[in-house]
Design a protein around this ligand. Structure first.
Ligand SMILES: *Cc1c(COP(=O)(O)O)cnc(C)c1O
Length: 393
């Protein structure tokens, strides 16, 4: 055991030398615009709880009621012990919200990507990914055994070159399926994928398109279902994915699509089959979260969120004049400099996490600012002042 720990300590030391060591921070408060971080009250610009629903009274009540009625745990996987009422309700609610025939819930977004991609493609197939997709998608693609091809971020020319290559591959094996996976709103860069163009090209080359709306669900489109709705491509996307732990305010992941797709995943997605069903409280909370998003209150919260990130964008021309989303990366470059800037802001009572490798590429470290409707205009002013007073920028 000593030799084992010594080996691991050496590896941790190597991370520390390159400014890549990570440590957990203690938070002694609920999520919100202000949190108690390592014992100190700070403004929080780190969360994906974009609409403040993680602590919303209706959502907490729904979780508490589900615990009273169905207990804390769900007992086993759903193929063994069945689907509880909160699971059934959530899937019906998601399908209705997304306008698809059916939906399937997983215990996390990570498990959703892993189970779905490995169920759909395997050896002999090809997965095409945008360079910046989330680690869960990269891991899933690798695990699937399919050939992996990566195109430069949002680069349609590079993307079509790969599709042309796929076409040649298909000449030798007509069975080859091609699965394209992108995020709609990129989690660390805050920009959009060109969904209509991706959809047109996937149709031209006979591929399937999977869109991860983890950060867009609840925030875009007239019905607030995501960017597939905003770009009017929902009907053309074979597999719509999302998470329940960001704007929706609970935890878990989902796939929305045809009844056939969902029936197939129930039979083939190993992270669904071999994993205990989500706790009833999480599913009930997610249903309540979607209900708030769909209500007039959801529209109101979204309006406030837009006002907050626009205010930041206007105050800082080094970023974007008009930020398209509540995720705003302040690019720094070196890992050490990003950490230093984050620490300086923290000393002023402002928490903006430094995002480093392996979450982003080496040398493209950044401060990732995320906004929530629970922030006030004064909170954003404090953030702007914090940035202005730091000598690095
Ligand atoms: C957060 C995230 C996931 C993983 O979801 P979890 O529910 O946190 O496991 C997957 N894809 C993207 C793009 C994400 O941002």
């Amino acid at each position: 055991v000593r030799a084992f720990d010594a080996e691991l300590s050496g590896r941790l030391e190597a991370l520390s030398q390159t400014q890549l060591l990570r440590r957990l921070r203690a938070v002694d408060s609920p999520q919100g615009g202000k949190i108690i971080l390592n014992g100190k009250r700070v403004l929080n610009f780190s969360s994906n709880d974009y609409l403040g629903l993680a602590t919303h009274a209706k959502i907490k009540d729904a979780a508490a009621r589900a615990i009273q009625k169905f207990g804390a745990g769900s007992g086993a996987s759903r193929l063994i012990s069945g689907s509880l009422e909160p699971h059934q309700e959530l899937e019906a609610c998601l399908a209705d919200f997304k306008g698809t025939e059916a939906a399937l819930v997983f215990s996390s977004g990570y498990a959703t990507a892993l189970g779905t991609i490995t169920a759909l493609v395997g050896r002999g197939d090809i997965v095409i990914l945008d360079k910046l997709v989330h680690a869960s998608i990269v891991d899933a693609a690798r695990l699937s055994g399919a050939k992996l091809r990566v195109f430069a971020h949002n680069d349609l020319k590079d993307f079509e070159e790969i599709l042309k290559w796929c076409q040649r591959e298909r000449k030798t094996n007509a069975q080859t399926q091609i699965l394209i996976v992108t995020e709609s709103l990129f989690s660390m860069d805050g920009d959009f994928a060109p969904l209509p163009e991706l959809a047109a090209l996937k149709e031209k080359y006979g591929a399937w398109l999977m869109v991860d709306e983890a950060h867009a669900t609840g925030l875009f489109g007239e019905r607030r279902t995501g960017l597939c709705e905003q770009f009017q491509v929902s009907e053309r996307v074979e597999i719509q994915m999302g998470t329940l732990g960001k704007a929706i305010g609970s935890a878990g992941g989902y796939i929305a699509g045809s009844r056939t797709l969902i029936d197939y995943l129930v039979n083939k997605a190993r992270s669904f089959i071999f994993s205990t069903a989500p706790p009833p409280s999480a599913s009930a909370a997610a249903t309540a979260g979607i209900e708030v998003i769909r209500s007039a209150e959801g529209a109101e919260r979204l309006k406030t969120l837009h006002a907050r990130f626009r205010q930041f964008g206007e105050g800082k021309d080094i970023i974007y004049r008009e930020p398209p989303s509540p995720i705003i990366p302040v690019m720094v470059g070196s890992e050490g400099a990003a950490l230093e800037l984050s620490n300086r802001l923290a000393a002023r009572g402002i928490f903006v996490p430094a995002i480093r490798y392996p979450t982003v590429a080496k040398g493209s470290a950044r401060l990732r600012v995320t906004f929530s409707s629970v922030h006030s205009a004064e909170d954003v002013n404090a953030l702007l002042n914090g940035f202005q007073n730091s000598t690095l920028l």
